[in-house]
Design a protein. Sequence first.
Length: 155
Amino acid sequence: MMTDMEEAEARELQLQIEKRDSKEVEFDFKVAVKKLAEGFLNQYQEQWEQTEKKLDEVKNKQETLLDQMQTENKKLQNVFDDVKLNETFQMIKVSQGKLISMKKEMVSIHERTFRLKKRASRLQQIIQKEALNREQQREQELRREQELIGKPAIS
C-alpha cells in the first residue's frame, strides 16, 4: 500500500494534471471562439462593407435632396411673403373682372347699335318712300289742276 506521503504526492500530481487539463480546455475554447468569430466576420465582412457603402450613398443623396427641397421651400416662402406681389395678383383679379364686364357691356352696346342702325335704315327708307309718295301726289295734283284749268280755246 501506499504511504501517506505517496498518497499526498499522488493527489497533488492529480490536481496539477486536472488544472493543466482545465487550462488546456479553457485555452482551446478561447481559441475556438476566436477562430469562429473571425470566420463569421470574414464571411459577411464584404457584404456588410458593400451595404454600408450603399447606405452612405443613399444618405448622401437624401441629404442633397433635402438641401434642394429646403432651398425651393425658401424660394416659395419668399414669393408668398412678398406683399407687393400679392397686391399685384389681387389687382390683376379685380382688373380681369372689370375687363370681363367691359367686354360684356361692349358686346351689348354693339348689339344695340346694330339694331338701332337697322331700325334707322328702315325708318329712312319709309321716310323716303313717304317723301316720294308725297312728291308723286303733288305732281298728280298739279297735273289735275292744270287739266282742270281750262285750255284756252283756239279761235
